[in-house]
Design a protein around this ligand. Structure first.
Ligand SMILES: N[C@@H](CCC(=O)N[C@@H](CS)C(=O)NCC(=O)O)C(=O)O
Length: 266
């Protein structure tokens, strides 16, 4: 696909990142053309820092740089005329943005810490998911830098058995809040339709739910440690878990805007 200026947007990612899935889902939903550039952890910084960022995702379009997932969603919504991922109504938009911020700040980091705590000892699985689609030389380097990657993830995210246990408790807390919100029978979190709040909840819950339609690289459920699998099955069997799985099933492939009618131009 190409856009109006024949300049294709580039989404810098890590293959297994759930924040990248959040951005990818938004661009896919709005039929915004882009090329994904996945990197292994650590080496991703060569790409992100060159573009004024640090973490992934980073979206590059011409001279435009969007260095976090929320900025990417907001920009994508705006270039498509608004009222798609975020409602135009300001009270409703505030509600959607508050939910998105809560999932970004609470669900995303705690789901990630718990999932890493389970998977860091599984070096073969880690190598598989972290190298999907990356440049060949990065995939070749990964076994060499893996000890450093694991050490950095462990220290950077302050992963210990105790913190992992606290984190899964925080994930359950968010799931309880979402289940409660859905208790009145609503189909979506705010405004009666799919918004950035629903997308963010589902994408950032994916590391603890393993939805089949998840586009980030992840091991199969039968490959992961039994303790992790049991917890995933427990979370799937909640109202919030069923809700996120339904969103992946029904909304992950839904396109709102005719393909290539819009570019990502600033
Ligand atoms: N607030 C950021 C968070 C993104 C984030 O935490 N990305 C992680 C991957 S899931 C990352 O890049 N970590 C490595 C780093 O910070 O260099 C966003 O919404 O984009």
């Amino acid at each position: 696909m190409t856009d109006n200026n024949a300049t294709l947007a580039v989404l810098i990612t890590m293959p297994h990142s759930h924040y990248c899935e959040k951005a990818r889902w938004a661009l896919d939903r709005l039929s915004l053309p882009y090329r994904e550039e996945p990197h292994v952890p650590l080496l991703h910084r060569l790409a992100t820092m060159r573009n004024g960022g640090r973490s992934v995702p980073v979206l590059i379009y011409g001279s435009g740089r969007f260095i976090d997932s929320t900025g990417i969603l907001s920009h994508a919504n705006a270039v498509c005329g608004g009222d798609l991922l975020y409602p135009c109504d300001s009270a409703l938009r505030n509600e959607v943005e508050a939910l998105e911020a809560c999932f970004d700040e609470e669900l995303g980091p705690h789901a990630r810490r718990w999932a890493y705590a389970q998977l860091l000892p599984e070096r073969r699985l880690l190598r598989q998911v972290m190298s999907r689609g990356v440049p060949r030389f990065e995939a070749a380097l990964l076994p060499l830098i893996m000890p450093g990657v694991v050490r950095l993830v462990r220290t950077g995210l302050r992963i210990t058995p105790e913190s992992a246990c606290r984190s899964i408790g925080r994930v359950h807390g968010v799931f309880n809040d979402v289940s409660e919100r859905l208790g009145d029978g609503r189909q979506f979190l705010a405004g009666g339709r799919f918004t950035a709040a629903d997308l963010t909840f589902a994408a950032l819950a994916a590391p603890v739910l393993f939805p089949a339609e998840y586009r980030a690289a992840y091991p199969a459920l039968d490959q992961i440690p039994a303790v992790m699998r049991d917890e995933v099955l427990r979370l799937r069997d909640t109202d919030a878990g069923r809700f996120a799985l339904r969103l992946f099933l029904q909304e992950r492939d839904r396109r709102l805007v005719g393909e290539a009618r819009h570019g990502l131009g600033v």
